[in-house]
Design a protein around this ligand. Structure first.
Ligand SMILES: [Zn+2]
Length: 432
């Protein structure tokens, strides 16, 4: 009788445990399991810094490192005692290092932290036949590296991220299509998802499009937040009005519970309004929209706020320029004109570098400070990743001396006191 009771108790406990496992997670940012939207910049290609438990992880060159916040030391993410890590010169031995990840594809440099693992995509060149891409994961302490998923054939993974143990990625393939009795190659791009907890991992298509449907389609800037995935479609279409081809950008929202895609629009009545991206802030979506198809960076634009599913849209900031870009952490919203400075340096138009500014807004959208970046630092294209509300880390490189690299740290407790002056950044060099 007692044994029978025990079995019943075990069965009930298992039922409760499995029911808990199926419960949906909050429709908000959950640290540790969620996509770290604050570590992505306005261009949205990849994330090279991720927050873990008490440390940060970074990808630099062919290796993944961790930064211990208490000692300010950067070390390779590998605890093998007989390993030389990034000092190893023999390729075969180098590949055995837990921190090693081949770095030969511009789009796949990112890392993503989720539930105790750092994920990285080992990228082969897309035209390298028979050599398919692999998703690896390294345990947070560097003790173990394992294959999480391997693609079965040649396809080019362009952008990706992990959110709540699901791998979201954009893949590009070339497909043959019969047209007028002739075979031609068309581009096929798709946003897909793989649940990494499943024993048999099957890709699920969220959105797909071919170059037959829209010219030169690109799916970009994937962001995950709560129960939603946001992404941009950039492509071209021929307008009936002038018979010419125009590029357009659309933003889509994918509802993880309903498994539904919808295009984010400001209003069905407003013809020609083009939503050119969104930023996640304070549990809401911030949407920048401009009228018409012209890419004019000085054109006035309006910022709207909406619920996470794109509903309840309201104007929240007027008199911004289309060239302004936005990013956010959990506390502040940052606006910058850095895109206009970068384009003027490429000769597109005149814009004074001395005017480069960052505006900081609080949760009530009240302007609380303005600042500049230190003039002696060189960063990749785009606004810097904002980082957490406590600090921003940026990886720096010395192009003349590649051995000299490390991270710059901005302690954000100074927000409110800069008044347009440059922020101070602490240099943490990699000491090897
Ligand atoms: Zn190693």
């Amino acid at each position: 009788m007692e044994a029978r009771k025990a079995v019943v108790v075990i069965i009930i406990s298992l039922f409760i445990l499995s029911a808990c496992g199926r419960e949906s997670l909050p429709n908000a940012y959950v640290e540790g399991s969620d996509f770290q939207y604050m570590q992505m910049n306005d261009i949205g290609e990849y994330m090279d810094i991720q927050k873990g438990e008490g440390c940060y992880y970074l990808r630099h060159g062919d290796f993944i490192y961790y930064l211990d916040e208490t000692t300010n030391k950067i070390l390779p993410l590998c605890n093998k005692v007989d390993c030389l890590h990034d000092k190893e010169t023999q390729q075969i031995r180098k590949e055995k290092c837990n921190a090693y990840v081949a770095d030969n594809n511009e789009f796949c440099k990112g890392i993503s932290y989720c539930n105790g693992f750092i994920y990285c995509l080992e990228a082969t060149l897309w035209f390298d036949e028979g050599n398919t891409q692999k998703l690896y994961r390294i345990s947070a302490d560097g003790a173990k590296k394992e294959l999480a998923y391997q693609f079965s054939d040649d396809r080019w993974i362009q952008r990706w991220g992990i959110h709540r143990d699901i791998f979201y990625y954009v893949e590009k393939k070339y497909m043959e299509k019969e047209k007028d009795g002739q075979s031609e190659l068309i581009d096929a791009v798709a946003l897909k998802a793989i649940d990494l907890k499943d024993i048999v991992k099957r890709p699920m298509t969220i959105f797909s499009i071919t170059s037959d449907e829209a010219e030169g389609p690109v799916i970009a800037h994937i962001q995950c937040y709560g129960n939603y995935i946001y992404y941009l479609l950039d492509a071209a279409t021929t307008l009936e009005s002038d018979g010419e081809m125009h590029r357009f950008t659309k933003t889509y929202i994918y509802d993880l519970n309903k498994r539904e895609n919808k295009e984010l629009t400001i209003s069905k009545r407003q013809e020609g309004v083009q939503v050119i991206g969104c930023c996640l802030w304070n549990g809401r979506l911030l949407i920048k929209a401009v009228s018409g198809y012209e890419q004019d960076y000085f054109k006035p634009a309006v910022m709207y706020a909406a619920d996470l599913d794109g509903s309840n849209i309201e104007v929240c900031m007027e008199n911004i320029q289309m060239g302004h870009t936005f990013s956010c952490d959990e506390e502040y919203l940052y606006k910058t004109d850095i895109a206009m400075v970068e384009l003027s340096q490429l000769g597109f138009f005149e814009y004074d570098k001395d005017d480069e500014t960052y505006w900081v807004y609080d949760k009530e959208l009240k302007l609380v400070d303005t600042y500049m970046l230190p003039s002696d630092i060189t960063l990749p294209v785009g606004a810097p990743r904002p980082g957490t509300s406590e600090c921003m880390y940026l990886i720096y490189d010395d192009s003349e001396n590649p051995e000299n690299w490390g991270v710059l740290k901005w302690d954000k407790s100074g927000i409110g006191s800069y008044n347009g002056k440059p922020i101070e950044m602490e240099t943490i060099p990699y000491e090897g």
